[in-house]
Every structure is written in C-alpha cells, then in structure tokens.
Design a protein around this ligand. Structure first.
Ligand code: E4P
Length: 217
C-alpha cells in the first residue's frame, strides 16, 4: 500500500519524508489556504514536488472541462510529478478523458458514491479519492465506499487506483489496508498515531531500566 501525506505544509512533508515511507502528496484549495502568507501556491507546490518524487495532486477550480484542462496543463508546468485533481462531476468526467488523451495523470476527487467511482474509472482516472471521513461525518460508514470500489474495480479489472481520503484516524488506515486499497492519504498527525503504542513505550522503559542492571565490560 502506498502512503501519501494529505497536506500542503512543507515542514510536515519534510518531516514525514524523513521516515522514508512517503510515496506522494495530496493537496487541495483548503489545504493550500492554510499556508497563506508563506508564498504563492505555485512556489509551495514546486517545493513540495522537490521533496517527494512521487505524485503530488494539485486541484483545478474550474467547473467546465475545457477550463479544467487549461488549468491542469498550467499546473503540470510546475513539475513533472504534478497530477491533476478533478472533481467527480459530469464536466470532470469529460476532463479526465481529455487529460488521458494528453497523457496527464488525474485524481478524481470528492468521490462519495460507487457510481461516481465507476464513471471516473471508465473515463480513465489514474486515481479516485473516496472521502471516507466526510461520509462518517454525516452518519454513514465511509469505509463501505472503499470496499465497494475495491470490488467494482476488481470485477472489471479497472486500473484506477483507490486513494482512501479524508482520513481522520488510524483505524481508517488499518481498514484501508485490510480492504486492499492502493493508497491512503494521511494527515501528519495520523501518521504519528500509526507508530504509537503504549505497550511499546512501556516495553522500552522496562528494557532500558533492565539494561542498567546488566554487567558490562
Ligand atoms: C484528499 O485528497 C483531500 O485532500 C482530503 O483527504 C480531504 O479531507 P478532509 O475531509 O479532511 O478535508
């Protein structure tokens, strides 16, 4: 399973990259807005692309296919590893097909239903992003969408990779791995949660205390 980080914060990305487990980055307009005051968004994206060699998602804000493609082509000029995030709407489906013809990779974002996932995969999306946390937020089980997408893509040997998105806690990551999702995009604080276990801390404390009692030459 690939690990992406879900942030536009360069410090967090650098820190996560030191662990050696980072395969990519997802950004969106909200995440970039949190970096306001730190430079133009193109500069921020360029810096992110230089830290992580894998795919870095940058989102278009146009709502028509031609506008999305125009914007996407501009974003692609920032770095070779930029991929274009397109919303799961009718114009987005069109744009995904147009990007595919140009050899540009896409991430179909704001996916909330299996049928949206089916359509964007047929259009040729490289990735699809089911927003599991936001589905949980409205009282439905978000991970069921991931399970459905895994089944649908397996049924028809569809190449679109599933990025489990809107991840809120480490249980989402565990379930994504159990379901065989291709990618999970994780906020920095959840990456930190993944490695923590109180029994590991207690175990280290005991080993260190016992090591003090060992006779050393
Ligand atoms: C994914 O690509 C999105 O950036 C992200 O996961 C959205 O998550 P949120 O619901 O925490 O905003």
């Amino acid at each position: 399973m690939k690990f992406f980080i879900d942030t536009a914060n360069v410090e967090e990305i650098r820190e996560a990259a030191t662990m050696g487990v980072l395969d990519g980055v997802t950004t969106n307009p909200t995440l970039l807005s949190r970096e306001a005051g730190k430079g133009f968004y193109r500069e921020i994206l360029k810096e992110i692309c230089s830290i992580v060699p894998g795919p870095v998602s940058a989102e278009v804000v146009s709502l028509d296919a031609e506008g999305m493609v125009r914007e996407g082509k501009e974003l692609c000029k920032i770095a070779d590893n930029i991929i274009i995030k397109v919303p799961c709407i009718r114009e987005g489906v069109k744009a995904i097909g147009m990007f595919k013809k140009e050899g540009i990779q896409t991430n179909a974002t704001l996916c909330f239903s299996p049928n949206q996932g089916l359509l964007v995969a047929k259009a040729g999306a490289t990735f699809v992003s089911p927003f599991v946390g936001r589905i949980d937020d409205v009282g439905n089980p978000g991970m069921e969408l991931v399970r459905d997408l895994v089944t649908i893509y397996n049924n028809y040997s569809m190449a679109t990779q599933i990025i489990v998105s809107s991840v809120r806690h480490s249980q989402h990551v565990y379930e994504a791995a159990m379901m065989g999702a291709d990618v999970v995009t994780i906020p920095f604080k959840v990456i930190e949660q993944l490695i923590r276990h109180p029994l590991t801390d207690v175990g280290i404390e005991k080993f260190l205390a016992d090591w003090d009692k060992v006779e050393k030459d």
